[in-house]
Design a protein around this ligand. Structure first.
Ligand code: ADP
Length: 187
């Protein structure tokens, strides 16, 4: 399982993978951070498909914890899987942590249904949405490891690599520590 999880410091828009995951907002119509970078580099076709989704199946916007795929436009990837992370709120920690885990599970399922074998994730909710990085990393890695271990038999079997693409050395270090903890090696 965890051997199929990789961590790199870098820019998610440059990844040569089948699917890149976008930390979108529920409007699907663009935003800052990862979302802004994906639309800027991927070009207008992504937004066109997002608009069509808003005009059809997701008229009320994409709910938090869910995911939906579009073309990746001019990005090296084939698909963008848009997912909406929860905004961090300490008073509603349990519900929102479950929604953050759901982002990872649903995105992997969506990617696997398309036939993706390699998927790149950013640190969903750990930017503008304010989730404390170490906890965001623990939830992200724990949930992906569970899927790869067979928690979702179909998605788990299809996936050859799940890559976390972390912006900056600090976030990369946080994920490295969380992965070591997950592997049971401690600090
Ligand atoms: P959210 O709104 O879900 O918090 P953000 O896009 O604000 O999402 O940030 C999520 C994480 O992605 C943050 O750690 C941010 O620094 C990082 N990030 C921003 N741009 C990129 C990028 N181009 N590639 C990878 N990570 C990025």
């Amino acid at each position: 399982m965890v051997t199929r999880i990789t961590l790199v410091e870098g820019d998610i828009t440059e990844q040569q993978v089948d699917a890149v995951v976008n930390a979108a907002n529920s409007s699907l119509l663009g935003g800052g951070g990862v979302d802004g970078a994906i639309h800027r580099k991927g070009g207008p076709r992504i937004l066109e498909e997002c608009r069509r989704l808003r005009a059809s199946h997701w008229g009320g916007g994409l709910p938090t914890g869910r995911s939906v795929a579009t073309t990746a436009g001019r990005l090296p990837a084939r698909w963008v899987v848009h997912t909406v992370g929860p905004v961090y709120l300490a008073e509603e920690y349990e519900e929102r942590a479950e929604l953050l885990a759901s982002c990872y599970r649903e995105s992997l399922r969506t990617a696997a249904e398309l036939g993706a074998r390699t998927v790149a994730f950013p640190a969903v909710s750990a930017g503008v949405y304010g989730w404390p990085p170490a906890d965001a990393a623990r939830i992200a890695l724990g949930t992906v490891a569970e899927v790869l271990d067979g928690g979702d038999a179909q998605a788990g079997a299809e996936l050859a690599e799940v890559r976390f693409v972390l912006f900056g050395a600090e976030m990369c270090g946080v994920f490295e520590r969380a992965l070591r903890e997950l592997l049971g090696q401690g600090g």
